[in-house]
Design a binder for this molecule. Structure first.
Ligand code: ZN
Ligand code: ZN
Length: 354
């Protein structure tokens, strides 16, 4: 069945119960996105759909055949472009590269410094590996085959971005990696046995050997259990190294945050921006941008070149996995941008970014 029933459960987690009112130990009354019991978006709102909205989505999703997407599409998952990831190939590239490792996992290398975003190499994006959204295209690599990573950044607590098995393997194999996480997640990772972990609030920066890594706002939410909705923060990350300014969006709906990110930290040489998991719009718009909005983000932050992420890997929402290909093409036309300005890579593909 093309539309996996289990996929809906990852979203249900956030909607069923709002959670008990545990206090936010990071609470700072001077910060507009802080609340005594958790966090809100930069405009003071939260992503909140009612349980009846959730049921409506579920009913509509499984009660009808979805219309075919516009444009040209790849018919079978086996036809998705894939490139075997080979550490050796990186030696042939210039000193600034980006590799798409599926979903929101991107490895960026700049002058000997390597950062990995939202690493996920497991089969499923779910608390257990016997149910929940399964990977439709095989991971191009395994944790064991990664080169030396200096820092991992995590955008938020959702299972398709913060994967327990991957984090455990990474930290066992490369104990020196520093994990940078949103406020409220340090304790969880320390509990998993990660020794080097530091949590940041929006606009806070951590510097490693001249590379400034800053946590920036996104319009989204967080949850891993029925009781921790919005107890930890969510966002994107920027990396300012001597030769590269990079932006990673994480998961987000469209907001004014990107203009602000562009003003404070832009322009960017390269960005990784989410372009998938956006249908139906009445339900998803508040939490996931579509390709058109992703291109707007690319412009807002002042990105010279971007790659689309958060697509082609897990079936989380109603659009076919390859719909972003055609929708992005249309969006670039609408915004009068060349296709080189915002690309979709093959799983495992590495590109020069400067
Ligand atoms: Zn999310
Ligand atoms: Zn996601």
């Amino acid at each position: 069945m093309k539309y996996v029933v289990a996929g809906v459960f990852s979203i249900i987690l956030g909607f069923v119960i709002q959670g008990c009112a545990t206090s936010n130990r990071h609470f700072d009354s001077g910060k507009p996105h802080h609340r005594p019991d958790g966090f809100v978006n930069s405009d003071g709102t939260t992503v909140s759909k009612s349980f009846s909205d959730l049921l409506r989505w579920y009913r509509e999703r499984h009660g009808k055949d979805l219309p075919p997407p516009p444009g040209e599409f790849i018919a079978r998952y086996e036809d998705f472009p894939q490139q075997a990831f080979d550490k050796g190939q990186l030696a042939n590239f210039s000193s600034q590269t980006a590799t798409w490792l599926g979903h929101a996992t991107v490895m960026v290398r700049t002058n000997g410094f390597t950062i990995l975003t939202d690493p996920h190499f497991s089969v499923r994006a779910f608390p257990v590996q016997w149910m929940g959204p399964a990977r439709k295209v095989q991971s191009p690599t395994r944790v064991e085959h990664l080169p030396k990573i200096d820092a991992v950044v995590i955008s938020h607590s959702h299972y398709d971005h913060l994967d327990y098995n991957t984090v455990i393997k990474l930290t066992k194999q490369q104990p020196d990696i520093l994990f940078l996480v949103p406020l409220g997640l340090e304790k969880l990772l320390k509990g998993w046995g990660v020794e080097r972990v530091k949590e940041l609030d929006w606009w806070e920066t951590h510097t490693i050997a001249g590379n400034q890594i800053t946590f920036v706002p996104a319009y989204h939410w967080s949850a891993r259990t029925l009781a921790d909705r919005n107890k930890s923060l969510w966002g994107g990350w920027t990396l300012k190294s001597p030769d590269l300014n990079f932006y990673f969006s994480g998961d987000t709906g469209y907001s004014r945050d990107f203009d602000e990110i562009g003003k404070r930290l832009g322009p960017f040489d390269f960005s990784a921006i989410a372009v998938g998991a956006y249908e139906p719009r009445w339900f998803m718009k508040a939490q996931h941008v579509n390709p058109d909005e992703a291109v707007q983000i690319h412009k807002d932050v002042g990105s010279k070149r971007s790659m689309g992420i958060h697509w082609g890997t897990f079936e989380l929402t109603d659009e076919p996995l390859d719909q972003p290909i055609g929708d992005l093409q249309k969006a670039l036309g609408k915004h009068s941008l060349q296709k080189e300005a915002f690309e979709l890579l093959a799983h495992g593909q590495t590109m020069n970014i400067r």
